[in-house]
Design a protein around this ligand. Sequence first.
Ligand SMILES: *[C@@H]1O[C@H](CO)[C@@H](O)[C@H](O)[C@H]1NC(C)=O
Ligand SMILES: *[C@@H]1O[C@H](CO)[C@@H](O)[C@H](O)[C@H]1NC(C)=O
Ligand SMILES: *[C@@H]1O[C@H](CO)[C@@H](O)[C@H](O)[C@H]1NC(C)=O
Ligand SMILES: *[C@@H]1O[C@H](CO)[C@@H](O)[C@H](O)[C@H]1NC(C)=O
Ligand SMILES: *[C@@H]1O[C@H](CO)[C@@H](O)[C@H](O)[C@H]1NC(C)=O
Ligand SMILES: *[C@@H]1O[C@H](CO)[C@@H](O)[C@H](O)[C@H]1NC(C)=O
Ligand SMILES: *[C@@H]1O[C@H](CO)[C@@H](O)[C@H](O)[C@H]1NC(C)=O
Length: 433
Amino acid sequence: MLSLVVVLSAVLATGSAQAATNRFPDSFLLGAATAAYQIEGAWNEDGKGESIQDHFYHNHPLLGLNSTGDVACDSYHKYKEDVQMLKGINVTMYHWDLPQALQYLGGWPNELMVDYFVEYARILFENFGDRVKWWITFNEPAVFVNWYAAIGMAPSQNASGIGDYLSTHTVIKAHARVWHLYDEQYRATQNGSVGITLNIEGLEPATNSTEDAEASDRARQFQMGIYAHPIYSAEGDYPAVVRQRVDANSAAEGRPRSRLPSFTQEEVDYIRGSADFIGLNHYSTDFVTSGGTGISPSKTRDSGVITSYNEAVPWGFRSLLNWIANEYPGYPIFVTENGLRNSGGRNDTDRIDYYIGFLGALLEAVNVDGVPVIGYTTWTLMDNVEWSLGTRAKFGLYEVDFSSPNLTRTPKVSAGFIAEVYGSRELPEQYFR
Ligand SMILES: *[C@@H]1O[C@H](CO)[C@@H](O)[C@H](O)[C@H]1NC(C)=O
Ligand SMILES: *[C@@H]1O[C@H](CO)[C@@H](O)[C@H](O)[C@H]1NC(C)=O
Ligand SMILES: *[C@@H]1O[C@H](CO)[C@@H](O)[C@H](O)[C@H]1NC(C)=O
Ligand SMILES: *[C@@H]1O[C@H](CO)[C@@H](O)[C@H](O)[C@H]1NC(C)=O
Ligand SMILES: *[C@@H]1O[C@H](CO)[C@@H](O)[C@H](O)[C@H]1NC(C)=O
Ligand SMILES: *[C@@H]1O[C@H](CO)[C@@H](O)[C@H](O)[C@H]1NC(C)=O
Ligand SMILES: *[C@@H]1O[C@H](CO)[C@@H](O)[C@H](O)[C@H]1NC(C)=O
């Protein structure tokens, strides 16, 4: 969760061509995700420089509850064991973080990052493109650009309502350039797919009022549409509601121009269609109502939405998948993160219940509603360094004993459950009412 870059996985199709609700389609990809900073450690080995995460937690140890990614799960050295763990559930993987040296140039609000990012992507395509067929340019930009707006996580820039929109603008341009790079120079020989992973909660209306229905759509446009509309919609550019509201608030604040930058028509055309699939990270549902909250200026205030409460409801996932399929028709959806945080323990029956609910909702969206979901990777393979929550937040299928010198990995009962579902490529009938 909140990873700067996600890792992807693939399993070749096995199983029969049965079209039952509880079965994954034959070509459906199943796996588990992880992220570099959260598991690898070896922060300064083999010529690796300092990333914004290393810099931040070295300078603010208490914000990471004294846990940093310096060693984390030490996967950099324990990769052989970890690959065995992955094989147990079938996965291949891949990932990345912003070098601190580029943050010294301003990081994502600086449009020069587009050129640096394109050169970085070129190195990855050149070196790994023969084997990696699923590429994600950015993981959860809505989360990491927020740390240009707020303090508490890297790079902690406190430029609310400005640094986040500037970063968003750069990230979208960088994504489009990388997709075009792949399309023009690598696709013919490497034959892979390039997408971006966006995170979004359920964002359901709190009541049946028209106002709350509008608030729900607005919340989705500010959270996901701000990235997805320029890339995946038929018309391109930022969603109209986002454009109007940020422009209007900027004018009311007496600014000479909008806090949200504009694309030229040429850029709109270049960005529109620059993806092969939609990556989606989803955990739970927020219930929303219309109203003003948050400091001024801020994206929260611009959106005019108040979040009333949050629940992990599988139907919210199914509803969201349908909204995405309607909003951005023609694009396959790859669920790249979904999982449960708990307080630990190997007998994680709560995590199994969560997966039963969410995999059931996913299968209904695919097999009943016809939503084109093509893959699913759980978050996450093993307990890790969950950014500012340190090692206390447990999301793993495998437990890591952070107090043992060996950082011992032990499968939880959920690992067995996931291996069974992946192996049989179905969720037992009994879980469908
Ligand atoms: C972090 O380390 C400091 C200094 O050793 C200690 O006082 C503090 O309680 C620790 N905090 C946590 C959350 O472990
Ligand atoms: C963050 O920015 C706000 C608004 O400019 C300011 O009031 C606050 O002191 C800043 N906080 C820090 C820690 O810099
Ligand atoms: C490219 O991949 C697609 C699907 O992944 C496959 O159907 C096609 O045969 C591949 N083409 C080449 C040239 O490998
Ligand atoms: C909305 O209306 C439906 C159908 O009338 C009803 O079942 C549901 O409970 C209502 N939801 C809320 C949040 O009021
Ligand atoms: C695991 O938890 C479940 C549900 O709380 C319980 O029924 C079961 O006995 C537990 N198993 C073990 C081995 O502790
Ligand atoms: C450390 O991990 C390795 C690899 O899993 C294992 O073979 C070894 O027994 C472990 N050592 C201890 C002391 O747990
Ligand atoms: C992993 O994939 C292999 C080859 O497709 C298959 O034989 C095996 O059953 C899979 N294992 C699991 C746990 O899914």
